[in-house]
Write a new protein. Structure first.
Length: 230
């Protein structure tokens, strides 16, 4: 089994889910008492989130490059970044290291295409929904991407940072997401990408009338495949 480096902490709630999914995936594949061979660097999210909202992406990149280099130095043979938003600096991480970075958007796009879908909606942080680093990468792989309107984007973003990152899951917020997803389906979405690794803590398949693509789960499945590949 290859040694995987996990860049986490953004937020700790989704990183805990990554740890669970990676270990469950390995155990399911290998049986017995097998578990995932991991190195985890969990950053302090408060200063990273502040830099995100200040637009200081170079500052966030510096934090993650330092962490990624540390994981490589410690023996990691590959990396995953356990967050969608910070894939904004994925190119800097790949340039700063010599080991592969498994990109969450690529894994998700491959799954959507395999299901034969072409038009998908994206729920995520405002950064991920409104900037091109993620939407553009999906479009480069042949997908048409729909995002919510401005008011809905603000609500989706607020619920992520003010609730899910604090391990707070509210029925009122689940209902709000259901409404947003209904509107996206009405606009032509054939599936919905849960493009923030915390959203799977709030909604699940029965909350929408079209398939949901949980990026954290998809990312972990790809990582398990990579760890166990020859």
């Amino acid at each position: 089994m290859k040694l995987l480096g996990v860049l986490g902490g953004m937020s700790w709630t989704s990183t805990a889910e990554y740890y669970r999914l990676l270990n469950q995936g390995v155990a399911s594949r290998l049986g017995g008492l097998h578990s995932a061979h991991l190195l985890v660097h969990s950053v302090d999210f408060e200063p990273v989130a502040a830099m995100q909202h200040d637009g200081n992406w170079d500052g966030t990149a510096a934090v993650l490059v330092d962490a990624a280099r540390g994981l490589e130095h410690a023996g990691a043979e590959g990396l995953i970044l356990a967050t969608n938003t910070m894939h904004k600096v994925a190119d800097q991480l790949q340039e700063a290291t010599t080991i592969p970075l498994l990109h969450i958007a690529d894994a998700t796009a491959a799954r959507v295409r395999a299901d034969g879908l072409h038009t998908v909606a994206l729920l995520a942080t405002a950064f991920t929904m409104e900037q091109d680093f993620y939407v553009g990468r999906l479009r480069e792989q042949g997908l048409e991407v729909i995002t919510p309107g401005a008011v809905e984007r603000a609500d989706v973003h607020r619920i992520i940072y003010d609730e899910l990152c604090h391990d707070v899951v509210l029925d009122s917020s689940r209902n709000r997401y259901r409404d947003v997803m209904d509107h996206l389906v009405q606009r032509g979405a054939e599936g919905i990408i849960l493009g923030c690794t915390e959203i799977g803590l709030l909604v699940e398949g029965g909350d929408a009338s079209v398939p949901l693509y949980d990026t954290a789960a998809i990312h972990c499945q790809e990582a398990v495949d990579w760890m166990l590949s020859s």
